[in-house]
Design a protein around this ligand. Structure first.
Ligand code: GNR
Ligand code: NI
Length: 171
């Protein structure tokens, strides 16, 4: 297991469309391990592989509360098969946009398929924070960030702030 660096905006790699995982092998399981370790360390409730620079359609998640036991999940090639008409507003954050939070409206419930770590196809229905989080992570696989769902004024402001920080760090 290894702790990996999390990419932060405006890193262009966060805009890449990730490729499907071709085979669930030892390499993929090792990458999922690194992602879980990095996610727990951050700490975050979800992580997409591209956030550690790996352009593969692989997501980790743990929605357990602080006082609960760990509940690690790995979703490979997740695909939404149904979204509810009714929508929900939830405050979102992203490890690639540190310490910035904003409300985002998304379908309240989704169904999605994915491959598990044994390469077996699964389908689940998600609501609440689970629905919000899987949609946030699948967005990452498509190069989409939660700030793409907020007003252009707010988005431009946060991108400008992080661009300035990156330029200062490069000096
Ligand atoms: O840790 C995270 N919290 C969170 C809160 C609300 C909606 C989505 C998330 S995901 C985020 C971790 C992350 O950046 N995943 O890509
Ligand atoms: Ni994120």
């Amino acid at each position: 297991m290894a702790l990996r660096e999390i990419l932060v905006i405006p890193d262009k790699r966060l805009r890449v469309v990730s490729k499907p995982v071709e085979a669930v092998n030892a390499q993929i399981r090792a990458l999922a391990d690194d992602m879980l370790e990095t996610m727990y360390d951050a700490p975050g409730i979800g992580l997409a592989a591209i956030q550690i620079g790996e352009p593969l359609r692989l997501v980790t998640m743990d929605l357990a509360k602080k006082d609960e036991e760990k509940d690690p999940h790995v979703f490979i090639n997740p695909q939404i098969t149904w979204s509810s008409e009714d929508r929900n507003v939830h405050e979102e954050g992203c490890l690639s946009i540190p310490e910035y939070y904003e409300e985002v409206e998304r379908p309240a419930k989704v169904r999605f398929t994915y491959l598990d770590l044994d390469g077996k196809l699964q389908e689940v229905e998600a609501d609440g924070i689970f629905a919000t989080c899987i949609q946030h992570e699948i967005d990452h696989l498509n190069g989409v960030l939660f700030i793409d769902h907020i007003s252009k004024l707010k988005r431009d402001r946060v991108i400008k702030k992080f661009t300035k920080i990156a330029k200062q760090a490069a000096e």
